[in-house]
Each structure stands twice: as structure tokens, then as C-alpha cells.
Design a protein. Sequence first.
Length: 584
Amino acid sequence: MHLLDIKNLTIELPTESGIIRAVDKVNLSLKEGEVHALVGESGSGKSLIAKAIVGVLNKRWRVTADRMHWQGVDLMRLPPEKRRKLVSQDIAMIYQEPSRSLDPTAKVFEQVSESIPEGSLTGNFFIRRQLKKKRVKALLHKVGIRDDKRVADSYPHELSEGICQKVMIAMAIARNPKLLIADEPTTALESTTRAQVFRLLKSLNQLKNMSVLMISHELEEITTWSHAMHVLYCGQMVEAGPTEKVFNTPLHPYTQALVKSLPDYAQGLDHKESFYALKGTIPPLQHLPIGCRLGPRCPQAQKQCVVTPKQKKSHGHTYACHFPLLKEDKKMQPILKVQSLHKTYRVRVGLLKRKNVPVLTDISFCLGKGETIAVIGETGAGKSTLAKLLAGAEQAETGQILLDGMTIEDNGVRQDHCRHIRMIFQDPTRSLNPGLTIGEILDDCLSYNTELTHKQRDKKIAHVLNRVGLLEEHYHYYPHMFSGGQLQRVALARALILDPKVLVLDEALSSLDPSVRAQTVNLLLALQKETGLSYVLITHHLSLVKHMSDSLLVLNRGKVVEFGKTAQVFAQPKSKVMKRLLNV
């Protein structure tokens, strides 16, 4: 059962010129222990929704909803006194400006102690007073205030904004609420204090299983720990769903604009180049557009947008747009899907004994058409073993590798798997037969895997050599007659000769000098753009990872310790391994 379940929440303000609908049919549901984020520009209605839940909106506002259930109880149908009592027990709210929310005439001790339920204190006046002191001290310590005596004996104006915000959090958690609503709790705080407040809220969620409804414009912080994201624009819920999906694959133009406006995630942005931003500003409540309220600012807007779009579902989240950003649908559909791969090696222990050593454990990821996923990790992390499994050189004990939705165990698929997933090794001199010419090496690939005639094979070999920047006369050359960079082009030609869908590059660029590496990277990117090839890039060159890959998989001792969009992982690494690789 949902802790909070809201359907079609509408908040209206009657005026002389008519009724203003500030919040228009918003849906929101939240389970115990979940963290949900409400995001959007100022004036989107985020704080109105929070106040409507708590029931502290001005009487001028008219609040309606098909349902507003709290643990199965409809708050809309409760008498005001019962609703206040229920909300005060189970729901706490942190407001945006602590200096305005705290009583300037009372010391911190008195304000925090007033938040402690009287029912939790027993004994006479003096005993209860001592218990209150202990509880206040414990609450201040819990929110990271060590100098509790000084803070408790201070007035709000004598404390910094960061300390006041922590005091507000202490007051909010004094009753052990089930839901904490944080309305812009880090606005105007400097970076270190802001990080402390976010860490505090995160620890409360994890240690007490407290649900959190976070209202914030700090998208960088929200994406690291919220389970779901709800994007509001001008009172309309334009997109909602799991945070990772909404952030990485936005379907609404407004969500895309929010993501693109972040400096940490804007890839390819030159120094002092302007950030992406929608034209215009959010309209005032008195002049709301009809239909989709983003219409006048939306780059996708058409005539149909004068009709309010209905909520639709796609790719695991909901959106409300007549012309969603579905042009990447083909790219979103994974051409390669890896599910729960496990691989062990049997090694000798002593003279007679052998034991199984896990090399890869529960490896899962997806790769779309025309995308590049980079796999990085320290030596012995299992990168090359993963490459061999993908290329079909070895088999996993459990798990699946799906190519275009079919496993390689399906009838007739194993041969196609070897054709469509090709591997390029680190050292081309060891992977090419020194006794055969380049033409013979490429011809062997075609003769074993296709039914082309000799003339057709020669024509295709000439075409492939040309694509990788080699000459037709190189057909008769032996591997030892090429430089290192040219040999890697030969290896690339051998991989491309069968028209694969995925290339696995196992440290294929590591042994090249910088200039040759740059040429090879340019060639790979050009081929990807031309043919829609997908790459699995295994390398220790982080600059190449950042430049070439769309997503990043970090391995440590055979396990995935971090996975996400490359720019996001580089901007905010979570795992110790990634931080160590970046020297953070």
C-alpha cells in the first residue's frame, strides 16, 4: 500500500477576473522508505502541492482531488482538527527559509523541545525538563550539530543559515515522522553546508526508512539518491518516473531543457560557451496559456498543443506531451542486452586440489544502436573476460547475452552472434596470422561465413580496405610489412568485413601512439555515424572514455560498482574505484 497516494490534485485561486488554476490535475504516489523529488522552475507549483498535503494553504486557495490518501485515509474528507492531528503525527515539513520559519523571540532549546511529543515524556515537571534536555541534545547531535549547548542557548539570528536549517530538520524529526517534506532546504546555502544537509537527509532516509518528498532545483544532488522524479511546469506534471530513466531519457521537451541546462552534464560545451536554455520565462498565473502551458516556449510546439495533452506511458515513466522526444526510440531499443552474467575459473590450489574462483558476478547492461559503452576498472577487474563472453570466445555459467532480443543459444543464432559481435584485440601482431597476406586473412572470414563468390569477395575486401583508410595494393601485403597503426586498421577491416552490429574493442587503442590513436578514434567515430555501429570500449584511457562513450560501466573484482551516463559518472563519481581512477 502507498504511504501517500494523490490523484488529480487541483489547486485554484478565485479572483475578480476568474478562477486561476495554479496546479492542474497532478498525480503523486509514494511508498514507505522512498525518496521522491519535485522539480521545476520557480512558479511551477511545487510548494503549493507540499502545503496542500500538509494542509497549511491560505483559505483563499481551493483544493480538490479525486483522492488524497495517507495510509488509506482520505485527507480531503477528514475534519480539519482530525487532519491536523494526523498530519502533525506522521508528516513533517522543512521550509525554504529557516530564518523566517523559526521564532526570532525564542531560543533554539525552547523551539526544539516544543516539537517533542509530550506523550513521550513521563514524570513530574523537573524530570520531564531533564528528559527534554537530553532529547534536544540527541536531536541536535543527530543532525550534525556538535556544539549543542551554545546552539540550544542561542536565538536564530545568532546562528548561520546552515545551522538554522539543521535546527529545522531536528524539529521536523522530533516526532519520528513517516514522511519528511523538504521544500528547497538548501537554497542560499554555500556548497559545503548544502552537501551536509543533503547527506543528513539521505542518512535519515536510509537509517530510519523515512520517506522524503524533496522539492529542489539542485538536480545534481537529487539524481544521486532520489528514487523517482516528478517534473512540474506551470502547475502541470509534464513527466514523472524513476529518476535515472527520467534524467537519462527525457521524453518531454521541458525535462530535456532542465537536463541540458546543467553545466556538469553538458557534454561538448566549450569554455565560456552559453548554456542551453528555453527562450522566454514562465508565464504569470493571470496569463496562463491554454492547453500545454509550455507551448509558447516549446521548440516542439505545433497547433495541436492548444489542447491539454493526456498522460501517457513509455520507457518506464509517464509524460504529457503531444510530440514527445521519441525520435531516439530506435536508439533506445537495446541491440545488445546482457543479463546477470556469472563466470568462474577453476584454478589449482596446492598439488591436487582445485577450486572455483568467481571472475564476473551478476553483470547486466544494455547497449543501443549507434551507442558506445565504456568498461573500465583496475587490473584484474574482469574486463577482458567480459569481452571474451560478449564475443563468444568463452561461455558464462549463468546469465544471458541477447542480440536483437535473441539469445545466442537459440537455433541458428550462435553463428550470427559471431558474425554480428566482432572483437578487436590490443595487439594486432598477435591476432593476425603472419603467414597469410591481408587479402587472404579477409578472404578466409568471408569464405567461412558467407556464400559470396570469389569475385564478390574481392570486391567487398577492396571496399572495406578503402573504408578503413588502406589501399587496394595492401591486399598482397603481409602483417609484418605494416606499422602499428596500419595493423590496427587491418584488424578493424577484419572485424568490419562481416558487417557486424557490435564491435568489442579490448584495449584496441592502448598500444598506439597519440597521433595514430587520434586517427583511429576519428575513424571509429566516423564509421559509427555512417553505419550505426555500437561499440563496447575497454580501455584505461579515461580521456577516450569521456570523449567516445555514451555510458560507463565500472568494474571491481568482477562486480559492477557503478553504471550510468558517462558525463554523470565523471561529474559525480559514487564508487571508491571511480574516485580512485579520477584521483578525487
